[in-house]
Ligand binder design. Structure first.
Ligand code: GRF
Length: 187
C-alpha cells in the first residue's frame, strides 16, 4: 500500500480528515507525521491514531537550509511515496524541494492571496467566491503547479468565521481525495 508523510504545525484538522478518509477507504496509509511544533494538536491526533510521529524543531537548527536537510533525512528514513504539507507553517528551501516530492494545501484560489492571511484577504476581496488549492511545493511560496482547486461561495450573510469554517470543510473533502488520486496516478 502506498504511504504518505504528513507535515503539520498546528491544529491538524486536515490530518484528521485524512485519517478518517483512509480508515474508510483504505486506499493509502500514513508512514509518519512530522511536526516542527511539539505542542501541535496534529501530533497528538497522529499518536492517538497509532501513526509514527517525529518532532523536528526548527529552533534546533541554525538556518532554514539546515532544518530542511534534517527534514529530508528524516523523510528518507520513512520511504514514503508523497509528502503532504497540511498546515505546515514553514517556508521551505530548495534543499527540501529538490529532494522531496511534496504537495501543499492552501486556503485560497491560487494564484490569488498567497501567504498566511489568505482566508481573510479572500473574504475581504469583494469576490463572490474563495476556495482551496492543492499544489506542488516549489521554492516559490504557494507558487507551484496547481493540482486541484475547489470553490467556496462568499454569501452576504457570511462572516469571516462562517467563511473560514466553509473553507476548512472544503479542505477536508478535497485533500484526502486528491492524495488518493495522485497516488493512483503514480505521482
Ligand atoms: C489550512 O487552512 C491550510 O490550508 C493552511 O493551514 C491550515 C491548516 O489547518 N495551509 P489544520 O492544521 O489542518 O487544521
Amino acid at each position: 500500500m502506498k504511504k504518505i508523510a504528513v507535515l503539520v504545525s498546528g491544529n491538524g484538522s486536515n490530518l484528521e480528515a485524512i485519517i478518517r478518509y483512509i480508515q474508510v477507504h483504505q486506499s493509502y496509509t500514513i508512514g509518519c507525521v512530522i511536526t516542527n511544533n511539539s505542542l501541535s494538536r496534529g501530533i497528538l491526533i497522529a499518536k492517538e491514531a497509532g501513526f509514527a510521529t517525529e518532532i523536528l524543531s526548527h529552533h534546533d537548527f541554525s538556518s532554514r537550509e539546515e532544518f530542511d536537510n534534517g527534514l529530508v533525512q528524516l523523510l528518507q528514513r520513512y520511504d514514503v511515496d508523497l509528502v503532504v504539507l497540511a498546515g505546515f507553517m514553514r517556508i521551505v528551501t530548495s534543499v527540501f524541494t529538490q529532494n522531496v516530492k511534496a504537495i501543499n494545501l492552501h486556503p485560497s484560489l491560487l494564484p490569488l492571496f498567497k501567504g498566511k492571511e489568505a482566508i481573510k484577504q479572500s473574504f475581504e476581496s469583494g469576490m463572490k467566491v474563495g476556495g482551496v488549492t492543492i499544489h506542488y511545493v516549489t521554492d516559490e511560496l504557494d507558487g507551484g503547479e496547481i493540482i486541484a482547486q475547489a470553490c467556496v461561495s462568499i454569501q452576504k450573510e457570511d462572516t469571516l468565521e462562517s467563511f473560514t469554517a466553509k473553507i476548512h470543510a472544503c479542505e477536508h473533502l478535497l485533500l484526502p481525495q486528491t492524495i488518493e488520486q495522485l497516488l493512483q496516478e503514480n505521482v
